[in-house]
Design a protein around this ligand. Structure first.
Ligand code: VGL
Ligand code: ZN
Length: 207
């Protein structure tokens, strides 16, 4: 059985938001239409405390998009975004949130960022999603949402590592493209065995 995994379609990742992904909002109708075809729909929601360590504001002398060494490795520093309970952390108003069976919130630990729907950026702290999907008998994931080069990429490649068949819908994602990150992400997904498909193909896959 397939699940549609809808990654971080939140106001802060859409134009006008704190960490806007170019054209991030344009995927919403495509994502809503896909939901109709899937039995299982899981959302993720980036959900940071105000003093999260992935925010440049928490590191003296650093600007957004600098990188720093965290105990778990290199971390990009972001503008403050998706603060718990804020309007920026809310889902895009046109996203059909009624269809979400489960919403995984991630990035709530102040000291670890979390791009992937499966593991935080230390690569060791699980969100619990693998267990949920397995218990529902899901073996295949169709991933859509924001941003293609961060949370979508890590969710898709971790999904492969967890043993799922993984598809990313190219016209239902958009990237930040920080320093060539978008091309690198497509290559990493390719190498991990993630299949890139169109939304038309995703509709027939689910049918
Ligand atoms: C994301 C950067 C920071 C994402 C979340 O959803 O791709 N990117 N937090
Ligand atoms: Zn974040």
């Amino acid at each position: 059985m397939q699940a549609l995994l809808v990654v971080d379609i939140q106001n802060d990742f859409c134009p006008g938001g704190a960490l806007a992904v170019p054209e991030g909002d344009t995927i919403v109708p495509t994502v809503n239409a896909l939901m109709d075809d899937f039995n299982a729909v899981v959302f993720t929601q980036d959900w940071h405390p105000a003093a999260h360590q992935s925010f440049a504001s928490q590191h003296d002398g650093h600007e957004p998009y600098d990188t720093v060494e965290m105990p778990y490795g290199e971390q990009v520093l972001w503008p403050d975004h998706c603060i718990q309970g804020s309007e920026g952390a809310a889902f895009h108003p046109d996203l059909n949130t009624d269809r979400a069976d489960l919403i995984i919130r991630k990035g709530f630990r102040p000291e670890i960022d979390s791009y992937s729907a499966f593991y935080e950026n230390d690569g060791a702290t699980p969100t619990g999603l693998t267990g949920y999907l397995r218990e529902r008998g899901i073996d295949s994931l169709v991933v859509v949402g924001l941003a293609a080069d961060f949370c979508v990429k890590w969710s898709a490649t971790d999904g492969r590592h967890e043993g799922f068949d993984v598809y990313v819908v190219e016209d239902a994602t958009r990237g930040i493209d920080q320093d060539g990150s978008l091309a690198a992400a497509w290559q990493a997904m390719n190498e991990a065995g993630v299949q890139v498909i169109s939304s038309d193909a995703a509709h027939s896959l689910a049918a």
